[in-house]
Design a protein around this ligand. Structure first.
Ligand code: SAM
Length: 250
């Protein structure tokens, strides 16, 4: 079952970022690197935590079919409004949605880590059950080294459309998770947070093994330099904000 904060947080985040299905350079670049990392035709794809379906739309021409799963109805409505014939947008919770098909490629970008270790293991097991024999999944994992450095940093995530919205990062050392808290400048007591577990490469390897998955690749994503206040697309596995794992069934 989805965490009790997830629905409210992601609905607020979607509205605050004021994204209404429009594609950006970010998703174009993401789609390009995903195709390289999969390294073969995408085939039938399952995308988890699919936001408003923007990545699926970019990948649609390279895939046979794409099924997307997203928790927030508002985002699924946008996904449906902009969909392509080979995309099936589903509204549901990836912890309990019933999907009978198996897939060549499963994607979960930027969102893994909701809940406890047991929840991550359950999700990884479900991913394994949705993969076909030669299938692979790409999953973004938050890197603790980066989020420890981000502890206490605050910023305005959408200064053009929503200059009143503020965001702060904290690190919860007891539970190894980053906390991402948003609020309106005039209502600082009214906050919403997301909590994402962070894993070292060794920890995620062990968790994947326990869930019946082999990690066959690690790809570092970018990193934010909080001293220079600058984001770089290229970072080491040690420094990156998150890294992508490529997994397949044992
Ligand atoms: C941090 S956002 C990332 C969105 C998108 N994948 C991207 O890379 O921009 C996490 C997404 O996962 C969705 N999500 C979170 N928990 C979910 C769950 N239990 N079932 C389905 N979707 C979920 C959220 O609503 C949100 O759209």
């Amino acid at each position: 079952m989805a965490s009790n904060w997830a629905e409210k947080f992601y609905e607020m985040q979607y509205r605050s970022l004021k994204q209404e299905g429009e594609l950006t350079v970010y998703e174009m670049d993401l789609a390009k690197s995903l195709k390289e990392q999969v390294g073969r035709p995408l085939g039938n794809v399952l995308e988890l935590g699919a936001w408003d379906g923007r990545l699926a739309r970019i990948l649609a021409d390279d895939a046979d079919t794409i099924t997307t799963v997203e928790l927030i109805p508002e985002m699924v409505e946008v996904a449906k409004a902009h969909s392509a014939p080979n995309i099936t947008p589903l509204c549901g919770d990836f912890y309990d949605i019933k999907i009978d098909s198996t897939f060549d490629t499963i994607l979960y970008m930027d969102g893994f880590g909701v809940g406890e270790d047991e929840d991550q293991r359950t999700l990884l097991e479900r991913i394994g059950s949705w993969l076909n024999d030669n299938g692979t999944a790409l999953i973004d994992i938050y890197n603790p080294t980066h989020w420890i450095k981000a502890d206490g940093q605050s910023m305005c995530p959408n200064p053009v459309d929503h200059p009143e919205v503020i965001r702060r990062y904290d690190y919860d050392y007891d539970n190894n998770r980053m906390i991402d808290t948003w609020w309106h400048a005039d209502e600082p007591e009214n906050t919403l947070s997301q909590y994402l577990k962070c894993y070292t490469t060794e920890q995620i390897y062990t968790l994947c093994q326990a869930a019946g998955l082999d990690v066959i690749g690690y790809f570092p994503n970018g990193a934010m330099d909080y001293n220079a206040w600058q984001y770089s697309d290229n970072a080491s596995l040690e420094e990156c904000l998150s890294y992508r794992i490529k997994v397949r069934r044992h």
